[in-house]
Design a protein around this ligand. Structure first.
Ligand code: NCD
Length: 498
């Protein structure tokens, strides 16, 4: 897939080559904008394109810079800045609001929404490009592109350097997208400092390390300051904290001071996505005028970078791109391995009465997932005769496993997929005439959707029932029994979603 029609919802959906292309084009646009070389940047002139800016959360920079970028490009804009005055306050779902902007033939949607995964949902739902200006605590990819632009402008490179990220690494979406993006480049050494309660999510750290990134965690900001070429400070995301008890303690240790600035490397640059909370400053106001403080220039870079993002997605730029383009990953659809059937005499040493005639035996279930299997196969609703239990493995002493036996039942492919999702690694035996007629081992399916009772464990995810957005959960296989939420990217053990 080329750039045209492209969404910018998550940073992992943009390849390194594509990032370089956007950054290079943004440098050209930055110069053209400064020189007011209108012909060089007004690429949408006469095309009657409209961008809808749907901002459900407060914003100064992201909304304004997107709006200015759209206007300079020659687009017109519509939408809302905050939900006050909109039907969102009458209880309208995101899906229905998006439907309207599609019905009005808008050409692009730029959005900020409090729920994790909302931008991915919008992109799946709409036929026009979607730009994520921040979705809950999840991601902020277009901020990251302007951050990368600023780093490259300051250091002259995006590889082989030390970067510190400080502040709120748990709820800060800018920190998440930036760290993920940096793992695409060679030799970026990541240094982290936060209050322990606001540390980078463990699954993200694992992902970064598996991409070969060196990650060092500090106990205080003053220790980290002299060790880095760039420091990316972030605001404590008070509005996302379910429990404010740690906020004051975090606030007390999170301020970057002028004294710390004095200890930094000669080519050091201080960055911040902004805003800085004046009541809990992540950077002291005394630092603002310092030559190493880059955050004003950084915010300004939002216009050329977002102008290029809009232009490539709308097919106004990008025809000359060559390099690795992002492609939606396709997984291996197979999840059933047929095993040889060995005819053996009926066992008498088992703790549950075997099936005498026809039915299904699901064995080697992850311990205590038996109930979930009974639930998803709707055994009780169907009034099936069944037995379930947690038993000792005869072949592997010391191991326990779950087992479910259902009389007079065989499983369809769809039902096998459900069982595979709930307990990957289990074995399904189809019994006919008291003998095993078919034996299968099940692996986690590549894409898991539409299973009753399945839920993303991330409470901020758009798919959670309590948010009433009617978005069904979808999980993507990451490993033998590890899944990732298609919307909010939460990585969990597959058993945790049932
Ligand atoms: C950030 C955001 O909204 O995630 N701001 C921004 O877009 N520049 C950071 C923040 O709000 O702290």
């Amino acid at each position: 897939m080329g750039f045209s029609g492209r969404d910018f919802t998550d940073i992992h959906c943009v390849t390194r080559d594509e990032l370089f292309y956007v950054l290079d084009q943004a440098s050209v646009m930055k110069r053209a904008l400064k020189a007011r070389d209108v012909c060089a940047y007004r690429l949408a002139d006469g095309k009657d394109l409209i961008a809808a800016l749907l901002f459900y959360e407060n914003s100064t920079r992201t909304r304004t810079s997107f709006e200015i970028a759209a206007m300079r490009l020659g687009l017109r804009t519509t939408g809302f800045a905050g939900t006050e005055g909109t039907s969102v306050l009458k209880g309208e779902s995101l899906r229905h609001t998006l439907d309207m902007y599609e019905a009005y033939d808008c050409d692009a949607v730029i959005m900020r929404h409090p729920l994790d995964g909302s931008a991915r949902f919008a992109a799946d739902h709409l036929g026009v490009p979607v730009f994520n200006g921040g979705d809950g605590k999840h991601e902020h990819p277009t901020q990251t592109i302007l951050d990368l632009f600023t780093i490259r402008e300051h250091l002259g490179r995006l590889s082989d350097f030390d970067i510190g990220i400080g502040g709120d690494l748990r709820f800060g979406r800018t920190a998440h997208s930036l760290a993920l993006a940096l793992s695409k480049f060679d030799g970026v050494r990541l240094h982290l400092f936060s209050h322990p309660s606001l540390a980078l999510p463990e699954s993200l750290v694992t992902l970064l390390k598996s991409a070969g990134m060196k990650v060092t965690v500090y106990e205080n900001l003053a220790d980290m300051a002299p060790k880095v070429d760039i420091l990316y400070q972030t605001r404590l995301q008070k509005e996302r904290m379910p429990d404010l008890s740690e906020f004051d303690r975090a606030k007390a240790i999170s301020e970057f001071t002028l004294e710390m600035m004095e200890t930094t490397r000669p080519r050091f640059g201080l960055m911040h996505p902004l805003p800085i909370d004046k009541a809990a400053p992540s950077i002291s106001a005394r630092v603002d005028g310092h030559a190493k403080a880059l955050y004003k220039e950084q915010a300004g870079n939002g216009v050329p970078t977002r102008l290029v993002e809009l232009a490539v997605s709308l097919g106004l730029l990008g025809g000359d791109f060559s390099g690795e383009a992002w492609a939606r990953p396709v997984g291996d659809e197979r999840f059933v391995e047929e095993l040889p059937v060995v005819v053996k005499p009926a066992r008498t040493d088992v703790s549950i009465r075997p099936i005498r005639d026809g039915g299904v035996v699901i064995d080697h279930i992850q311990p205590y997932m038996e109930e979930a299997i009974v639930r998803v196969l709707r055994v009780r609703e169907r009034k099936d005769i069944y037995r379930l239990g947690t038993v000792k493995s005869v072949r592997r002493p010391g191991k326990i496993k779950g087992i479910v036996m259902i009389e007079d039942r065989e499983l369809s492919d769809a039902e096998l997929a459900v069982v595979a999702a709930v307990s990957p690694g289990c074995r399904v035996n189809i019994i006919r005439g008291g003998q095993v007629a078919r034996k299968m081992e099940l692996r986690l399916p590549w894409r898991i959707a539409g299973i009753p009772g399945m839920a993303c464990p991330n409470k901020g995810c758009i798919t959670r029932d309590e948010h009433r957005e009617s978005v069904l959960p979808v999980m993507i296989r990451m490993g033998a029994n590890v899944v990732r939420c298609h919307y909010c990217d939460q990585i969990v053990h597959s058993a945790k979603v049932f």
